[in-house]
Design a protein around this ligand. Sequence first.
Ligand code: SAM
Ligand code: SF4
Length: 332
Amino acid sequence: MSSEPLRDGLGRRHEDLRISVTDRCNIRCSYCMPQEVIQFLPRDQLLAYEEIERFVTCVAAVGIRKLRITGGEPLVRTELSQLIARLVQVPGIQDIAVTTNGILLTEQALALRAAGLHRLNISLDTLDETKFRTITRRTGVHRVLDGIRAAQAAGFDRIRLNAVAIKGLSEDDIIPLTEYARQAGLELRFIEFMPLDADKNWQTQQVLTGSEIRAIIESRWGPLHEKPRPHASQPARDFEYDDGRGRVGLIHPVSQPFCGDCNRIRLTAEGKLRNCLFSTQEWDVRELLRQNVHQDRIVELVRDCLHHKKPGHGIDDPNFLRPERAMYQIGG
Ligand code: SAM
Ligand code: SF4
């Protein structure tokens, strides 16, 4: 097998794999899931942990270094810590993070830490229970806050909070979230709303842009100072507060796309490989894994997927086509 690193047609080297482990979730964020899901994937269609481990072993041999475990809500998948324990052992893998809504962290933080998980990204859009219910159609912001404390107590020291910001909904949450994150010593990043909601209600006018979010933050904390990006592929622009107490980041895929330096590929819960959140084409990894083919065939499929990667997502193109899948079915 060629051990050439994974590159797409534009020469972008790919080192980052996002793995969705389920399309199920214990809440129903309106920018992601429909109110009621008609059907989740049947269990036998999900990749088993051994299958995920085999795929990661194949791609780590050609340069994948970072893993992000996501969903749906990854902590609703049985014994997620067992998958983490397998993946930390794969030669070449240097960094594993889980992206979670935090609801089940109180119960699972210790096991995840013990399994060797490096980082947690926790989604938190508001501190207000009523607003939480509006956004997620469920209750439980206190469970997320308890989960964050449990994660800190378990020894996670690189916890990042992610907040999706939507115009007309999120403006009042921005300053309280910055206050909370500064006090708790957590990094916070705001993400623009992308056209991946299951209900297909997304409209450009609902995007609270990175610059609008920045203006709200600066109205409270004074000028933000941009930090150099450690890696060109990092989607967020990070800023230091004027008083030097902590950092805040902005991810603006819609108003200022960062596709030029993208180094990410994505594996859905049922084993379909995607070269972009917005791709309309997928490559079937599960079929190859279940045929128990040689590692070379799997890497060949990944190279083919990358070969078809486009320069950008094209959200602002008048001919933009949304993917059929919503965020919870892809893995954000
Ligand atoms: N359930 C986990 C969570 O919420 O953290 C992991 C999966 S979720 C799909 C991953 C991330 O995608 C979350 O931070 C979520 O807020 C974000 N997200 C979901 N739908 C989005 C959308 N339409 N636009 C922008 N971000 C979105
Ligand atoms: Fe669930 Fe995460 Fe989607 Fe919210 S964003 S519905 S928590 S998968």
